[in-house]
Design a protein around this ligand. Structure first.
Ligand code: SAH
Ligand code: SF4
Ligand code: F3S
Length: 443
């Protein structure tokens, strides 16, 4: 039996798919490289925007057609689109069954331990019994896709209820993993060759495990960073996401102190306007964001700062939008993930505010932010020309090897050597573009 998992959304979902993979392998399924060859297709969905939700409805070919070609094919859905229940068609009332007649089963990712039972019923497979008794799906060992760069969830859920956001409804309230469990996972990965650890959670600064040191005057997240930095072999630690209201000085102080804190911080601001931030329920001011950027730059002057911006949120005036635009320009934010506001059912904004910015204006604002980001990024990247950077190689394709430098910029160099994947290579940069650096590894 062959399986195919399609993952949408953020790093949390990618990391969840690695745990799902373990369960499927224990049940005897083998991975295949295209959904058309699979006996089991699982979609791990994202609901953060309307277009993300729409993706749930297909993979490019109708499921009816795939099922007609392969009567054994079973289709399951998990991820943030599944809210209410876990089970097979007929036994569980989830709207998705009504909307999608070809879906056989759905499960909340928290119920991953129930998947062996479901597939034993649907496909008569065997195994996976040890999974059923686990208390939390985080206890399932992930099947890591790329051992040199691993994603480790440290918490799930969110308590913030930003007005536009579906995540607290999709993922529930914050739950933190114990520090000992995370360290155990990091140590195992380091022994297998992990170089970069990516810590994942919706609000990493409010990480609150049961086993943080009670006598420390540092936050549990800082304690965790220190302990991961001490693990042999770990050279880079990244983390996503930081909420500007919760970022603490003790984390900032680690920059320049811990060897593996990369000179890059993703600090999502969402808007450069105080009035809009208030309507978004973000609980900080633009001044607070700027202060954090200033403090970070005091520690590491060349640090790369990336952010998220939503354009066209309810009632966004031209002046408010220009404040976002100017923030990117003035604070020199070199990477922006920009989204057009998309109303999500059940959120505070959907209930209490009006999605009143026309699509053309959202599009125009989206493009303006993209343009300014490109020019900031181009300028930022010039500093690397003539310098030697460390590239952690992710891919070797069509004569080029490429990967990220600590500052989160892609860098490529000429090579056909597949053995470089997962290794750190010194590259002398000779050209810097908006999205990528180019250089030579032979010097
Ligand atoms: N926890 C993170 C964000 C997670 S969602 C934080 O607090 O920053 C990832 C990004 O999707 C958000 O940062 C936001 O920019 C975007 N997003 C979330 N809801 C959205 C919506 N309804 N419409 C458009 N973009 C949205
Ligand atoms: Fe969504 Fe806000 Fe939570 Fe981020 S902090 S996941 S934007 S509710
Ligand atoms: Fe999407 Fe869920 Fe992540 S809604 S952004 S996959 S937490």
């Amino acid at each position: 039996m062959k399986y195919f998992i399609q993952t949408y959304g953020c790093q949390m979902n990618y990391s969840d798919s690695e745990r799902l993979t373990t369960v499927l392998k224990k049940l005897g399924y083998e991975e295949c490289d295209h959904y058309s060859k699979a006996d089991l297709i699982i979609l791990n969905t994202c609901s953060v925007k309307q277009n993300a939700d729409n993706k749930v409805y297909g993979l490019g070919e109708p499921f009816e057609k795939l099922k007609a070609e392969n009567p054994k094919l079973r289709i399951g859905i998990t991820g943030c689109a599944i809210r209410k229940c876990t089970g097979v068609r007929g036994e569980c009332k989830e709207d998705i069954f009504r909307k999608m007649p070809t879906v056989d089963f759905v499960f909340r990712i928290k119920d991953l331990m129930q998947v062996p039972d479901i597939l034993q019923k649907l496909h008569h497979v065997e195994g996976g019994d040890e999974i059923k008794d686990l208390l939390h799906y985080f206890n399932i060992n992930p099947t890591i896709a790329n051992i040199s760069q691993v994603f480790i969830p440290i918490m799930s859920g969110c308590n913030n209820f930003c007005a536009y956001c579906i995540v607290p409804y999709a993922r529930g309230r914050e739950e933190s993993r114990d520090m000992s469990e995370i360290l155990d996972e990091v140590e195992k990965m380091a022994k297998r060759g992990a170089i970069e650890i990516n810590l994942v959670g919706q609000n990493v600064n409010t990480y609150k495990p049961n086993d943080a040191s009670p006598d420390s005057n540092e936050t549990p997240f800082t304690q965790l960073l220190r302990r991961i930095d001490a693990v042999k072999g770990i050279e880079r630690i990244r983390f996503y996401t930081v909420h500007p209201k919760d970022m603490t000085d003790d984390v900032i102080n680690l920059y320049g102190e811990l060897k593996s804190m990369v000179p890059h911080l993703h600090l999502p601001v969402q808007s450069g306007s105080d009035s809009e931030l208030k309507r978004m329920n973000r609980f900080y001011t633009v001044e607070r964001f700027k202060d954090l950027v200033t403090k970070m730059r005091k520690k590491i002057p060349h640090i790369s700062i990336s952010t998220d911006i939503i354009v066209g949120f309810c009632g966004e005036t031209e002046e408010e939008f220009m404040e976002s635009y100017n923030l990117i320009k003035d604070e020199k934010i070199d990477l922006v993930y920009v989204s057009k506001y998309s109303e999500r059912p059940g959120t505070l904004a959907q209930k209490e505010q009006k999605d009143d910015i026309p699509e053309e204006i959202k599009k125009e604002r989206f493009e303006k932010i993209t343009e300014i980001m490109k020019s900031v990024s181009f300028e930022y990247n010039q500093q690397f020309v003539g310098k030697t950077v460390q590239v952690l190689v992710e891919k070797v394709y069509k004569g080029y090897a490429s990967g990220k430098i600590p500052e989160f910029k892609m860098c490529r160099f000429k090579s056909d050597d597949q053995n470089l994947i997962g290794k750190v290579v010194n590259v002398k940069v000779d050209k810097a573009m908006e999205w990528c650096l180019e250089g030579d590894a032979s010097i």
